[in-house]
Write a protein that binds this ligand. Structure first.
Ligand code: ADP
Ligand code: ASP
Ligand code: MG
Length: 814
């Protein structure tokens, strides 16, 4: 004999009920089966809603009633299209009864727990009857039995306690005499000894099935639901969660107590002592193995079996220096809560006994605070205890596993993982059995916490990076394409799962917390919502994804002003925009501090030398204890391009125009030609070398003509280049006469920095610098004579994009 329980989704549509019927017929070929069913999916909630509306004199309860009616009628019509008169008549009678109950609630303006239970019974009574009659109409050997005749409880309405001896004896008596191969029972509903209708608590159909299994000592209890077993964590919140093959009773109980809704917590108790395994299966995919819950502890895997969460938690904190001296403090506290029927889910007490934290359901919070304040009124007045602190919008997350106690460092790993993602922990509890470590966190952090813990304990090897890119012009577009091309490589070789979760240009922006489809990103972006810098930040923050990285591919001042906000939200920042790092020193310092404080990397390799690893090398030298003595560098790809192409055979104006057309200059070429861009770069290198410096401290000897320096628009500036051609030809002639090359050089000598055009003699490392190349020479304590040299293309969209990409990967490898 087997007991099968089918949940709300499994009987939620005629299509699914047909699947249930196939499964039952299949089983019944060899064994008698008992089938326990829930109400049609969503009906219990709708019944409750209709009751609440009626109680509140809101006539829209009629609409909810109509929906309930339509759902049932349409299921019956689909399942039994012909000769359905008798089923329809029964369903109709039941609905008339339901309607008059709702009208009654409306009239008297009251919904007591007793009436609420009566109301909810309609869900299971209807679903089980429809299933049984459908089976019969198809000539299956089925019979219906109302489990209210079997399951006897006390009168603790909404969650009644079962009288086991009586219930088990009723079940045994009935089934010993039963002849049918298939029996259909409604779950969840019961009756008190005096005949009142009661229920076993939300989700209680599982429990009905467990009691039937235990009373008859069957070989197996099967819970058929809408997922393929008990998962490592809630599959609705963590896409990577997977079904656990085998799990112990204790672990399953612990997971369900801490929120894994797939199993109603009391379900395990009746079958545990009899060693009846519980098999969790998916009605929608019956061929998948599912989860076996049993005593078999050869269930392998790591010490952590699953992670669960309970939402809508409130935390009550009692503290005060006089707490130790209060006689019977704990007894009075828990008595107070128990009298008010307040269930305590989590308790933590500091070893000093100066404070105690209680996690309770949010709905009980106000009542609990009032009751405790009243109990300890005197002590609060005497200031032995502070008034109770109440916090809401919290959740409990719990790691569960029988073998956790044999492994050290699990809680450390749990808390450091949460800490790294800036998830604040409000309270921690570890049961003495060490099967469970739980923490109270903000409800808004739950999804992120479950995902990051799941990655840590169950996916160990892959790290997901969620990238949000602003600015998809020349460089940004290349970056997206590079990421698209490399995703597979990164996953296979570096175990990095890189996804672009947000994209924006100046017009539109799009987000997808599962990662955007990079095959169609341009169309998706085009069709996105209106872009806004603040909106992009707010959305990135509210998605609250782990390892989020904001990538700034603009040259925009307002974007750089938002870095602090991103970092404070623990979102890493990768920028090729130089404005922030070359802004006021206080701002640069603040960003660095925020990065450390919120554990959010701030990387800007492409601020100097595009994709060349200049800042990274400098950071590595410093981190390994070296000291920078001086830096000499050609840091402007655009100026190098200009002076490499300028001669007595070309015109200065034409060469600058060419550089702009190639995308080697900033949109405003004056930023390059005035030396400001190079000054910003050497400033950043000086700062990264540990020196406090500002842009004004950098000596800048301009080479532009006076009118060029004074021009106040880009157009005017270009005109001066034509007018002052002779000025530029003179610079060239002077260098040529000395057999020198013109190079725009940046220097830093440990405390001062300068930029300017220099005549470089033959033989100098800068002399042969070609095209748009950059070169940096680091003279350090360890490289005193022969400098460490980094040289290569220092401008261009492709190399800049790959520099940004390298920064993102650096974060992934962290
Ligand atoms: P039924 O109506 O079949 O009783 P429930 O809705 O009560 O189904 O329980 C199944 C749901 O439990 C799943 O759809 C899933 O959203 C949720 N759930 C939460 N945690 C877990 C978990 N660890 N494993 C599987 N499902 C879980
Ligand atoms: N129908 C009830 C509920 O929704 C019982 C159950 O589904 O197990 O809570
Ligand atoms: Mg359930």
């Amino acid at each position: 004999m087997k007991v099968l329980k089918f949940g709300g989704t499994s009987v939620g549509s005629s299509k699914n009920i047909n699947k249930v019927i196939n499964i039952l017929n299949d089983y019944a070929k060899t064994d008698p089966v008992i089938c326990v069913v829930s109400a049609v999916g969503g009906i219990t909630d709708k019944l409750l809603l209709a009751g609440e509306l009626a109680k509140n004199k809101d006539t829209s309860f009629n609409n909810t009633f109509d929906i309930i009616k339509d759902i049932h009628f349409s299921i019956v019509k689909d399942l039994v299209p012909n000769n359905n008169d008798s089923i329809m008549r029964y369903v109709d009678e039941k609905l008339v009864e339901l309607k008059s109950l709702l009208d009654g609630i409306y009239l008297i303006n009251e919904l007591s727990p007793k009436t609420s239970d009566k109301l909810l019974t309609f869900g299971e009574l209807l679903s089980s009857f429809i299933l049984a009659e459908t089976l019969k109409s198809r000539n299956a050997p089925a019979a219906y039995k109302n489990s209210q005749d079997l399951v006897v409880t006390n009168s603790n309405f909404t969650k009644a306690e079962v009288d086991y001896p009586l219930t088990y004896s009723n079940i045994q008596t009935y089934f010993n005499a039963a002849k049918q191969q298939i029996t259909i029972l409604p779950g969840f509903i019961s009756k008190s000894k005096s005949g009142e209708q009661t229920t076993l608590g939300r989700g209680g159909s599982d429990f009905t099935a467990a009691m039937v299994s235990a009373a008859l000592n069957v070989e197996q209890l099967e819970i058929w639901t809408d997922v393929s077993g008990m998962y490592t964590t809630n599959p609705k919140l963590v896409k990577q969660a997977y079904p656990i093959k085998k799990i112990s009773y204790q672990e399953a109980m612990e997971l369900s107590h801490f929120g894994a809704k797939v199993l109603y917590p009391p379900t395990v108790q009746p079958v545990l002592n009899l060693n009846i395994p519980i098999h969790i299966k998916n009605t929608l995919e019956p061929e998948v193995a599912g989860t076996i819950i049993s005593n078999d502890d050869t269930n392998g895997n790591g010490p952590v079996k699953g992670i669960s969460n309970i939402n809508n938690i409130a935390l009550l904190t009692l503290q005060g220096s006089g707490m130790i001296g209060i006689p019977g403090f704990s007894r009075r506290l828990f008595e107070t809560l128990s009298l008010d029927k307040i269930n305590v889910i989590l308790i933590t007490q500091a070893s000093s006994e100066h404070s105690i934290c209680l996690g309770i359901e949010e709905k009980d919070a106000e009542a609990a605070k009032l009751a405790i304040d009243a109990t300890f009124e005197n002590e609060i007045a005497l200031r032995k205890i502070d008034p109770i602190i109440l916090e809401k919008d919290l959740s409990i997350i719990a790691l569960v596993g029988d073998k956790m106690k044999n492994h050290q460092g699990i809680s450390g790993k749990m808390f450091s993982t949460l800490g790294k993602n800036n998830i604040n922990i409000r309270a921690i509890a570890q049961g003495a059995s060490e099967k469970n470590i739980s923490a109270v966190i903000a409800q808004s952090d739950v999804k992120k916490a479950l995902n990051t813990l799941h990655e840590q304990f169950f996916e160990t090897k892959t790290k997901q990076l969620n990238v949000f890119i602003t600015g998809v012009g020349n460089v940004g577009e290349k970056l997206v394409e590079q990421i698209k091309k490399q995703r597979k490589y990164l996953k296979e070789n570096l175990k990095i799962n890189m996804r672009i979760a947000g994209l924006s240009n100046s017009r539109t922006m799009v987000f997808n917390d599962d990662g955007l489809d990079l095959n169609h990103w341009k169309e998706t972006l085009e069709a996105g919502e209106k872009a806004s810098l603040k909106g992009f930040y707010e959305k990135t923050k509210s998605l609250n994804l782990r390892n989020s990285i904001f990538v700034d591919v603009t040259a925009n001042y307002d974007v750089s002003n938002l870095y602090a906000d991103y970092l404070r939200s623990s979102i890493g920042v990768v920028a090729c925009n130089k404005i922030a790092c070359s802004s006021d020193f206080e701002n640069y310092k603040l960003l660095k501090q925020l990065s450390l404080k919120y554990n959010a990397p701030f990387l800007f390799e492409t601020n100097v030398g595009a994709g060349l690893p200049i800042i990274d090398t400098l950071n590595n030298l410093m981190a390994s204890g070296d000291k920078i003595k001086s830096i000499q560098a050609v840091l402007s790809g655009s100026l190098n391009f200009v002076f490499n192409n300028f001669s007595d055979k070309t015109k200065f104006y034409d060469v600058v125009k060419d550089a702009a057309a190639e995308g080697y200059t900033e949109p405003d070429p004056r930023i390059d030609l005035s030396g400001v861009d190079v000054a910003r770069k050497i400033l950043i290198l000086a700062r990264e070398s540990g020196v406090e410096m500002n842009l004004e401290d950098i000596e800048n000897t301009p080479f532009l003509s006076d009118s060029g320096l004074k021009s106040d628009s880009v157009d005017d500036f270009y005109k001066t280049l034509i007018e002052d051609e002779s000025h530029y030809q003179n610079l060239y002639a002077s260098a040529k006469a000395k057999n020198c090359q013109l190079k725009y050089v940046a220097q830093f000598n440990g405390d001062k920095a300068s930029v300017g055009l220099q005549e470089i003699p033959e033989g100098h490392p800068f002399y042969n610098l070609e095209g748009k190349d950059n070169i940096v020479m680091f003279y350090t304590q360890r490289y005193p004579e022969q400098p460490m040299i980094i040289k290569g293309a220092g401008a261009g969209a492709d190399v800049t994009a790959s520099g940004l990409f390298a920064d993102i990967i650096r974060i992934g490898n962290d």
